[in-house]
Write a protein of this length. Sequence first.
Length: 264
Amino acid sequence: MRVHVVSDVHGNADALKRAGDGADALVVLGDLLDFVDYHDHDKGIMGVLFGAEKVGEFARLRREGTRDETVAYSRTLWATLDDPAAAVDEAVREQYSTLFASMTAPTYAIPGNVDAPSAWPEFAGEGVHLVDGEVVSIGGLRFGFAGGAVLPDGVLPRPRKGAAWRPYLRAREEFDAAVSLLDEVDVLCTHIPPAVPELTYDVVARRAELGSKALLDLIRRQRPRWSVFGHVHQPLAVRRRVGHTECRNVGHFKETGQPYVLRW
């Protein structure tokens, strides 16, 4: 068997069309949407809505400014739109229409934090399986899936009233409960990494993303062959061995255009 795995697609539909070439199945670990394109500021949802110059300033603040400065500037941008939520919804649907049409069958997909999973059933065609929170058999191995990212401890999932965009962030208790349902897993498929420092630290952003201790506990307890994930675009380490399990960041697919290959 040969399975190709991708994560952090961020709008790269052209590469996604080829991602399943030569594979028995394609696994997509989320972040399909290109919301803020930090390389091409005129692209992505914010680029379409606000233009390259304003997105460039937003990107600069994300790199160099404080969180309060970034949030304040972002709010000034959204205030220029008559109906921000409707504008984002239209842009999201346009991207999903193209991205889901680019998936080859069979595809097994879960959302990342830069996704709107409630819209997925509308766009997933025949042969595209939405498997967040499920265990499925592929080629005789049990693949367990858990999508989204986790909120910091103590932060409640209460979206700001009137927010134009709500990323798929789950309370840690909710995410951990979903992970607890994944039994006898041979391949653990998630958007975020297990809580291993080398796998969660982004060397370009110079900060640690939130990993999951529940995933690490599952790996130590169930000893799957592989744990595959994305989310951290430039990790300090792309792989680490945890006991029997090969833990592997499958790469920033938007930039590489190359799937990670599992063979057995």
